[in-house]
Each structure stands twice: as C-alpha cells, then as structure tokens.
Design a protein around this ligand. Structure first.
Ligand code: AMP
Length: 177
C-alpha cells in the first residue's frame, strides 16, 4: 500500500476494511468513518477541489457513495453536480450503459441533457475495483456530449487492474492499494 501524501495517509487511517462484505471473499472499503470525521472529510474534499479548480465545468458522482463525494467537490468548485444512477432511477430521456459484474451485469444511466456540449467533466467515485463502473460512466458522459477530464477515486484496488479498462484516460487515485 502506498500512503506517501497526507491525504493518502488520512484515507489509510479513516477507511475501514470489512472482510467478506457484501459477499464472501470481498474486502469492502468502508468510507463511513471518513465521512463521520468532519476535518478528515473536509480535507479530502479540499484536496480534490484544489486539483480540479478551473479545470472542470461539472462533477459526476456515481451512485451512491460517489454522490457524497462529488456534490461537495462541485460546490467547492462552483460548478454543477450530475448524478449517474442505476437503471430506472432517473426520469428520461436517459442514456444507458451496461457493464459486467463478477456475476451478471448492471446498467447505469445519465440524463441526456445533463451537460451541454463541450463541457469538461470530472468523474468521481469512492473505489475503483474492476473498472467496469468507471468505464461505463465515461462512455455515458461522452455520449451526452461532454469530455471526461479525469477519473478520480479515493482508492484504487490496483490488484484488480481496473485502470486497464480506462485506456487513454487519466486516473487519479488518492490512495493506491
Ligand atoms: P468496479 O466497477 O468493479 O470498479 O466497482 C466499483 C464500484 O463498486 C464503486 O462504485 C464502488 O463503490 C464499488 N466497490 C467495488 N469494490 C468495492 C470494495 N472492495 N469496497 C467498496 N466499494 C467497492
């Protein structure tokens, strides 16, 4: 695990490993202790906002924990927040993208008029695991006419090689495990 910067160190100390959740064999990265610590949560949001200030016109959050991160970053930057949600949650018209899970598949959606053309977008989520969710989200952002500036995550689970599904994109993990 690399924890060279102070934000990476904060994450190491405030994210809890929950073995065998939600299914046996998975180590769930629980960000609840981070969210519950006001100064730590604020420091993570400020670090992300500093990196993207002046560089993006909107922040996309992926349901559900991505919302909790993307909305305060958007407010700090003075730009809009756009939700990417599981199928059937957003009123249409929407664009949808299907992606593979370990067993089966899932579909996520974004509203077609969420951005406007040429808008520069940050995609933000808590964890990059196999990369399917982030890949599908980037596809949706581009189908809606916007440009993905970067994909940022609190934690990249590098052993799952999710970044291989984001060729040509810049991935910014605050902590790599
Ligand atoms: P993936 O599409 O495999 O990269 O999975 C990423 C999505 O699933 C993110 O929205 C995460 O919130 C969630 N996720 C996957 N693996 C974990 C994990 N070990 N701990 C917490 N969340 C995870």
């Amino acid at each position: 695990m690399s924890a060279d910067g102070s934000v990476a160190d904060l994450l190491s100390r405030h994210v809890r490993d929950v073995p065998d959740f939600p299914t046996p064999g998975v180590v769930f990265k629980d960000i609840a202790p981070l969210l519950a610590d006001g100064p730590a949560f604020a420091a993570v949001i400020a670090d992300l906002a500093d990196r993207y200030r002046g560089r993006v016109d909107a922040v996309v959050g992926i349901e559900a924990r991505g919302f909790v991160l993307a909305a305060p970053v958007a407010v700090a930057l003075g730009v809009g927040f756009v939700p990417v949600r599981k199928a059937g949650k957003l009123p249409g018209p929407v664009w949808g993208a299907e992606y593979d899970l370990e067993y089966g598949s899932a579909t996520i959606e974004v509203q077609q008029d969420a951005f406007g053309s040429g808008r520069r977008v940050l995609v933000l989520d808590d964890v990059l695991a196999t990369g399917g969710t982030a890949e599908a989200t980037c596809e949706l952002v581009e189908r809606a006419g916007a440009e993905v500036v970067e994909v940022a995550v609190l934690m990249e689970l590098s052993f799952l090689r999710g970044r291989d599904r984001l060729p040509g994109r810049t991935l910014h993990p605050l902590l790599t495990i």
